[in-house]
Every structure is written in C-alpha cells, then in structure tokens.
Write a protein that binds this ligand. Structure first.
Ligand SMILES: Cc1ncc(COP(=O)(O)O)c(C=O)c1O
Length: 404
C-alpha cells in the first residue's frame, strides 16, 4: 500500500476526520523539500507551520534522536534525566528566564502558564486574583484553558462553557487593557506578534505599555512565544526586539525541530508558584525529546540560525514587498524575520490560492484565513525562497476569486 490513492482510501475509513489534509501522502523530507509516497516532490516553505526550525530530517538531529533512543527515552519525572537538565540550562543561558518546565505542545505550555499565574497569587494569599486577560484574534491552543484565552469565536462554538474569569480585549489597544486589568487580574497573556490571527505586529509601545501596566497593577505578564520564539522572528525570542521581559513565556514549535516538545520558561520570582503536586506531565521533559531539543540548539549555533533567520528574513521582506507592490490582489506584506506573509484582498479565495500553489509544488499555510504565510526552516536559502516566490508571483497574476 504505497500509492496515494489506496492510503487515502484507508485514511478515509480510519483517520479521525477533524482535519482536511491535502490529497496526497507525504513520506520523506530533507531540508525544505518533502516527497509523497509516489515520489512527487514539494518545496515546503510552511516549515510544518513554523515547527521545522532546522529543516526536515537534519542529519545531526536525526542522529541525536537515534542515539538517545538507544540509550534512554523516558524515566518519569520521579527522576531527573541528564538531557532535561542540560536543555533547561541551555534555555536559561539564551533567555532572561531562570527556570524551565517542559511540556509536549504549545497548548500544554500555555495551560502551565495559566495555572502558574493563578497559583502564584493564591500562594501569596491573594485568592481574588484569578482573572486572565487575553486578546481578540489571538491563538493559544485547543485545550479548554488555552482555547478560553484564544480570541477567535469560531473555535469556541459548541465548546462552551469555557474557563471562567477570562476577559478578551482588542490586540494593540492599551486603553482597552487599562480598563480591564485591575486588582482581580492574575495575568495578561499575549503573543508578541499575533501569528494565527494574521501575522499582526503590535503597534509601537504596546508590549512596553503592557509591561508597565501589569507591573503597576500587580498582575503577571505572560508571552506566548510558541510560534514567534526560537529564532523565528530574527531574534531568539521576539520579545528581545522590544526590550520587554515578561514574567514567563511559553515555547514550542521550533524547540524540538519536529519532535514534540514545549516549555514554560519563568523568572526566578515565579520559581515557587507551582510547588510539587500542583502541576505535572507524564511525558514532559522526557530524555528523548530533550535530546532533540539539545541537538536543535547545537545546530542553531553551528549554522548561526538566529542570525540567518534575520538576514534571510530581510531578503524575504524585500521580495514580499515587491510582490505586494506588483499585484493588486495583495493588500500588504507583513510579519517579522522568517514569519512573514502576503495579506490577500477580500475578493481573493485564499484557500483556493493555497491549493493552487500546492498543485504547483509549493507548500504554504494561511494565517488568519487571508494571509499567505511563509514560515520555512531557519536554514532556508535565499534561492529556495526565490524559487517559491516565483511560483507565488505567477499565481498572483490571476488568483482564484471568491465569486468565480
Ligand atoms: C501562538 C501559538 N500558541 C499556541 C499554539 C498551540 O500549539 P500546539 O498546537 O502545539 O498545542 C499555537 C499553534 O499554532 C500558536 O501559534
């Protein structure tokens, strides 16, 4: 059963149908290329939705995983393992944070942040500070807590009741935050660039203002760097570009280079917020995942991937701006580093555009339903980007329209 048709037929019968995958089956990858079971090759500039920080199947990452798998995979958190300690140390060296808790997905890391915030105030004897403030159009994951802070009603539909004590206000609006952040607020959670919301860069002074406001009103400031972190926006963490240090932040996606791994990184003042027994994960921080995380950071250093994300990201910015100027169907070019995209005009059928690109051998994703998002491996070359953008350029001359 190695042809697309028979695998798709089986999938139709046995795979849970909560996704709408492309009509072919991928089986191998290297760098920015993937291949389906019939040998058809695609240029993958989606990076597995910003996950493949070091590219598909980087040999050093594959070797590190194989070596660790043969030595020690899992011991439970009743024991330390050497890899988790080493990776936590590496993350604290590269960020302003002092303590690291490992999880398995972005949503889980955000759940940890929310529990950390409530329990921090509870531990200080302030049982009233339970409210969590987030932003509209945000995305924090699909578990019920993370979903409650996700400001997209379409994902809430049919899932209510959601977590209580949550307030959502427009992103970028400091006055709206000033109105809701008060003596009942446990924390404010924001993305330093709204990714799934449509690659929305915060207005000048917003993150700095949130830092000041939360400090002044006794609430924690939490950043979701699940998509923006790990070099994606041209600095190791996006927050560095604003000089703002939140009290804690979540990391996922690029941290394992494709291996499921996530983290909550916190400043020392929160080290006691979740004492033993208050939060845990069976798989979180297992040796195999952390060995992958360590290999990713070694590759970052060897290949200078944060710096490359910044310089290749600048090339991408210039080229996307050219496309935005050339095609009337593009509203603007947006994003940071290697998390960028083209916002398509209202009358363009963005999903059909994405599918047409796929038919021409280019894999991208949509952000916010209307932004063609490019989030390639951080070691993508300018030539690979140009190859993909030439396909985009040709298609945007006559893109599929909604009323066609
Ligand atoms: C900013 C942000 N937070 C959280 C998540 C959820 O991560 P996961 O799907 O690993 O749970 C995502 C996923 O796209 C994300 O972009």
């Amino acid at each position: 059963m190695t042809d697309n048709a028979s695998l798709l037929e089986t999938a139709k019968q046995v795979a849970y149908p909560n996704y709408r995958p492309a009509p072919f089956v991928l089986t191998r990858g290297r760098g920015c290329r993937v291949e389906d079971v019939e040998g058809r090759s695609f240029l993958d500039l989606s990076g597995g939705i910003a996950v493949l920080s070091v590219g598909h199947c980087h040999p050093e990452l594959a070797e590190a995983i194989a070596e660790q798998a043969a030595r020690l995979m899992h011991v439970s958190n009743l024991f330390y393992n050497d890899r988790a300690i080493e990776l936590a140390a590496e993350i604290t060296k590269r960020t302003p944070f002092d303590r690291v808790y490992f999880a398995n997905s972005g949503a889980e890391a955000n759940e940890a942040l929310l529990k950390l915030a409530r329990h921090h105030h509870y531990g200080l004897g302030d049982a009233v500070r339970v409210e969590l403030v987030g932003t509209l159009k945000s995305f924090h994951g699909r578990t019920l807590g993370a979903l409650s802070l996700t400001g997209q009603p379409k994902y809430h539909k049919g899932m209510e009741p959601l977590l209580g004590g949550v307030k959502l206000v427009p992103y970028g609006d400091l006055d709206a935050m000033r109105e809701v952040v008060g003596d009942k607020t446990a924390a404010v959670l924001v993305e330093p660039l709204q990714a799934e919301g449509g690659l929305v860069v915060p207005p000048e002074g917003y993150l700095e203002g949130l830092r000041e406001l939360t400090r002044e009103r006794g609430a924690l400031l939490l950043f979701d760097e699940v998509q923006t972190g790990y070099g994606r926006t041209g600095t190791f963490l996006a927050q560095e570009q604003y000089g703002v240090v939140p009290d804690a932040c979540s990391l996922a996606k690029g941290i394992g280079g494709g291996f499921p791994l996530a983290a909550m990184a916190v400043t020392e003042k929160l080290a006691g917020a979740l004492p033993p027994g208050t939060h845990a994960s069976t798989f979180g921080g297992n040796a195999l995942a952390c060995a992958a995380g360590l290999a990713v950071l070694r590759i970052f250093d060897q290949e200078g991937l944060v710096e490359r994300a910044a310089s290749t990201g600048e090339h991408l910015r210039v080229e996307l701006e050219k496309l935005a100027a050339k095609h009337e169907c593009v509203v603007d070019a947006r994003g940071r580093g290697l998390l960028r995209g083209l916002a398509l005009a209202d009358d363009v059928d963005a999903m059909a555009t994405l599918h047409a690109l796929r038919d021409k051998g280019l894999l991208l994703t949509l952000a916010g339903g209307f932004v063609l998002r490019i989030s390639p491996p951080l070691n993508v070359t300018p030539e690979e980007l140009d190859e993909g953008l030439a396909i985009v350029d040709a298609l945007l001359a006559d893109p599929p329209r909604k009323d066609a």
